[in-house]
Every structure is written in structure tokens, then in C-alpha cells.
Design a protein around this ligand. Sequence first.
Ligand code: SF4
Length: 734
Amino acid sequence: PDNANLDWKKGPCRFCGVGCGILVGTENGKAVAVKGDPNSSVNKGLLCVKGYHQIMCIQSKDRLETALVKKNGKYVETPLNEALDLVASKMKESIAQNGKDSVAMYTSGQSTIPEGYIASKFMKGAIGTNNLDCNARLCMASAVTGFLTSFGADEPMGCYEDIDHADYFVTWGNNMAEMHPVLFSRMLEQKAKRGAKIIDFATRTTRSSTASDKSILFEPQTDLAVANAICYEIIQNGWVNKSFVEKHCSFSKGLTNIGYGLEDNFQFTDKPEKIDFEAYKEFLKDYSPEKVAKYSKVSVKDIKYLAAIYGDPNKKVVSYWCMGMNQHTRGTWINNLVYNIHLLTGKISQPGNGPFSLTGQPSACGTAREVGTFTHKLPHGVVMNEKDREMAAKIWKVPVERIPSKPTYHATEMFRAVDRGDINFIWVQATNPLVSLPKTSRYRPAMEKKSCFVVVSDVFPTPTTDVADVILPAAWHIEKGGLYGNSERRTQYWQKMVDAPGEATADTWMFIEVAKRMGFEDLFPYSKENHVEEIYNEYRQFHEGAKHGMAPLEVLQKESGAIWPYVDGKSTQWRYNAQYDPACSNGEDFHFYGKPDGKAVIWQRPFEEAPEKPDQEYPFWLNTGRVVEHWHTGSMTRRIPVLHQAMPNGYVEFHPDDAKSLGIRNGENIKITSRRGSCTLPASINERGLPTKGQVFVPFFDENMLINDVTLDSFCPISKEPDYKKCAVKVERA
Ligand code: SF4
């Protein structure tokens, strides 16, 4: 189209947690073009291949445009109002027969802030159950518990501007070239301009590795040991920033051998204990580079090289990670251990120096973490805290007793409860758990059971809508207004740009309509036209003050987002540093005010083995992940012709030596089998990525090749985030 004649509106990209600013060009009520927003400080006009092509998915011929209700095993088109009547009556029936905790909602880090907020208010404030969790549990829950245990407050302290200042970027199990491509491009720009260096520390060679200055490979799970070895070296070489550590850090250890969450109703409560620097130093004796090199497969020289980067007082270092560290049975621990490195050296909360946990989804921070669409969360607080419940009750105008004080089901346990018959109604929204959950071989039959009434709202048919009793047609991103919060604490607003087809409707509005039908109309007094803005203004009341103030709507309407804490008309780019953060109040240069004593915690966390390792019967590690062309389960990007053509199906990557010894050729169909299930995919040798010997890698976007039938539903006992990166499989020609 002729760009000059289009009406351009700003918003965030629909896809990843980078949160690039986009401009959408509309003409005659249709979205016809997308370009990067040059005013966005996130991407400065650049987008990745998904970003540029995103609007093509909404033109897909199989859009869900009407509600579908299953009758006698067949889906029947039904007016939306009638479908919402049915949803409300089924929810009421389940509550009347089996109590409030028999209904559940499973939402998404792709939901907007108003959607997440209304989901929380509906479930916790209106119905009075904590049966609300979301798919962000599968991707960044370990980052949350890592932040909370180390700093007492969630989300990164730094921002993307760190890229412009750092001398080194160390990526921990993180293929940023494909998963956070625009940030990786910014890093490459700094490499070209000022010689900044990228060090890729991973279990497989990827596009990120080949673009890096150095690639260091480690044996799966041993990142725990290598991180400890780096701290050992920092102490041995006198690289500890003593005054920083003395003033701003304390030391603790927690329980060890804490299990893997493999059994239903797994419970775990940590018992942290204060220790001192000497005890911590003593603990690290088991992690000398020489000892760790033996099982991590990282050479002594490379461990010392990593330690020297962090230890050099004249070099600024940012560490980046995402699923590689979070999807880990010791996910909280490995987050803590990378914080330890930055705390020991004092390289934190300064431009170009800091640990930075990236998110996968566009609003994993804004919606899942800040609104709090987790079983234990409330907007701003947690259900276990009386003051937080009181605050929610006051803003929501509900009796405080209605908000239960105990968390119920996290994501994996929620679907186990469906399987056991403990949940009789579930509403899944903007996510596709029957492709994305680990061990779908258990949870697909669970969702098909008659004991649970399943409602799914989505934009397109998916394997999850296939098991629904009611399918609700959802509006896509630009067909509704909303707000997202990206990885750097940036909140971004967009207005509705085009109409949704047929009866497709914003999820927020469908929640509100069902809540009204259940007798809660007084709690949801929003107008259909302005509900996004009205809800955001209500939600902002949860986050007032210097530690978490959110920008007013008028600012977000004009700017390409603002970073919280937003104080006195200004984003706070580096938290806990008195030079930048007005919430620091201890009179020192740094103040970790999330902790009662104002000190960040350096944690003693050991290396522990993965729950399942390759053995004689299942001799390969299986690692799963993503590719640049596709967004998560592919429900949107596989409907974008150019992306689908570029990456039409799943595959299994082999190391050439393994392929040779097994006699496997490129493209040949291979059956991958674990103790849970199997999946058949074409072999890929020396193409996209290169696993280390003894390891295979499979991307999970292809619903026709469900690798999550094979993966293990073990999780970090603290965060409850599953480990998709490690289980044992055998491979054979199909
Ligand atoms: Fe969208 Fe992420 Fe690509 Fe940016 S990097 S354009 S946010 S998918």
C-alpha cells in the first residue's frame, strides 16, 4: 500500500517479551501494513520477521468468528450471548454442586493487562477462589522466585539501555538471536560499533553461538555448578567488591534435595537459614574449576575465562537469560546463582552492569507478574498477606473474607486436578496448553474427560479448542485496545485499530459478561467502549508510590511506553541505585528495599542432578525450544504464509556424529520416545542448530508433531515451573 495514505497507529508487537513498538497502517477499516516504530526506544524502528508479518494472521480463513457449542459430539454455531449464558450457568452449577474450588481459569502472558486484571478480580474477588494460574508459569515463574528470594521484589533492576553501555554480554542458555532477535541485533550493533563482546554459554550451538565472540558449551543441568565455580574463582582471585558486599548483601542457604514435583499434590516449603561469608566460602570449595570441569564438560580455562570477565573491575557485564535457566528443576537456584556473581562483584543496577532475566511472552511481566494471574498472587501483592488482601478487597469493593488466603493450583497441578476430577469447570484463554504443557500425553486425555466442562477462548482453532465444550471467538490484539508490560518493566498502551470479524470479542468483555450473568454486575461497572481505560485507571491504584508507580494513561497514550516505577513524570531505569531510583531511602549508594534489611541475598545453592538422565534404555538428552519464525505453539505464525513456508514443520536436530553412528540421514523420519510418549519428526543434521553429542533438540511449535507428549512434567519446587530442557529419550528410524 501507499504508506502516505494510511492511518498509522502505535502499539506493541503481539509476540515476544522484547516488546518492540510497532506502527500499524489501516485503510478502509483494515490493517494493511506494519512497520517498526522509530520513536520506540526498545527497537528504534527495527522489527524481526514475526513482527513485520504479524497482521497477516488475522486474515486467516479459519478465524473463529462465532461461538461454537458442542452438542452430541458436534460443534454448533451459537450466538455469543447464548454461549456466554451457558458458560455462566455451567460455572454456577459447578460451584453449587462442588464448591468454589471446582472452577478454574487458565490464562496467559499474552493476555492484556485489563484481561489479566479482570480475570483476577472475577476469580479471586467475585467468586472467591485462587484457582487462577497462567501459562507464564511455564516460562518465567523461576525468574520471579529468583528475584523474590534474592531481592524481595520481582522483575529486573536494569533496562535495555544496558546494551548501549556493557562491554560484555554473557547469555546463559539463551538463543537470543532467535528468541529476542531485536535485542540481539542491538547487541551486534554495539559489537560492531565499540567492540562489545558476546559470550554464549549454552548446551547447544545455535545462531547466537555463531554470531558470538565465544561459545562455551556445558552438560545439561551443570550450569548450577559452573555458576558456583565462577563465584569460587571470584573469591580466590580477590575480585569481590568488598565494600558493596559488606554494605548491601547478606548470605543464606535453603533446603537441599528438594524433589522434582513428579507426584500429584507435591508440596514444598523452603527453610532459609542465615549464614556468613566464611561459611559460603567453605561451601564453594566443592566448586573449584578443576572439580566442576570434570562433570560440566566446561574446561578449567573457560570457567576461569568467564570468572575473569565478571571479576574485571574495569569491564561492564550484563547477563541475559530466559527459558534455558527458568525451565529448570532448579530454576530458582540458577537464577539466584547468577545474581550471586553480580552481587559479589557489585556489578548490578548500573548502566551496562546487571543480571537481566528476559521474558518470552509480550505481557508475562505486565499481566502475569504485575497484575498477578497466578494462584498465589493479587495485583501488587500475594494472597497469603493480610494487608495485600485488604488492599484488594478495598479497591474491588468486596468483603476481605472472600479472598482466600491459601494458593491452590499452579499450572501443572491445575491440569492434574482436572485429570483427578477435582476441577469440574475450566476456562482457558489466549493459550494452547494441549501443545504447550509438558507431558501432554497425560493432560490431553484429562481434558477430554466428561468430569470437566471446558471453555476455550481463542482467535483460531487449536488442539486445545478441539477438546472444548464451548469455544468463544476472541478478538486479536489490534482488534481490541489494551496494555502490555515487557521485559524491561515498560508498560505500553494501544487503542483498538480495526474491528474484529463476526462476533469475535475482547476476552475482558467476555469475562465481564459472564460475571454479570453470575450476579456480580456491581463489581464490573465498566462501559463497553472505554473499559480498557477504566480498568487500567482502577488497576493503577494497586501500584501507587515510588517503588512501583505506574505511568498515567495520558502518558502511555502519547509515548511508546513508560518504565515503572514511574515517579514524578519519569521512568526509573535502574532500580535500587540511589542515583536513579527515588525509592532508595537508606542514605547509601544502593538500597535493596525489597528486603526488610535493605540487603540483597547471596544464596548458597548446590548442584543437584536432573530428575531424569540418559541411561542405557533412553540414551539421549531431549532439549526443546523455539525457532525465530514461530511464536510458541504456532497457532498464529503458522497461519502467516511467509513464516509457514520458511519453517513448515517440526524437526529433530542431531549432532552429525550421532547421526552417523545411528545411520540417520537428513530429512529421514525419526521416532523420539521417552517413558511418557513418542513423537515422529524429520531429522535435521547440520542445519539450524547443532546439539552436543548425546543430545537432540526439537522445537515445540508444530501441533502435528507434539514433542510435549514426550517431555517430563517435573518442576522447580519453589517456582513450580516445569523443565522442558532435559529428559531422557531413545531415537529410532520411524
Ligand atoms: Fe515482536 Fe519480539 Fe520480534 Fe520485537 S523481537 S518484533 S517484540 S517478536
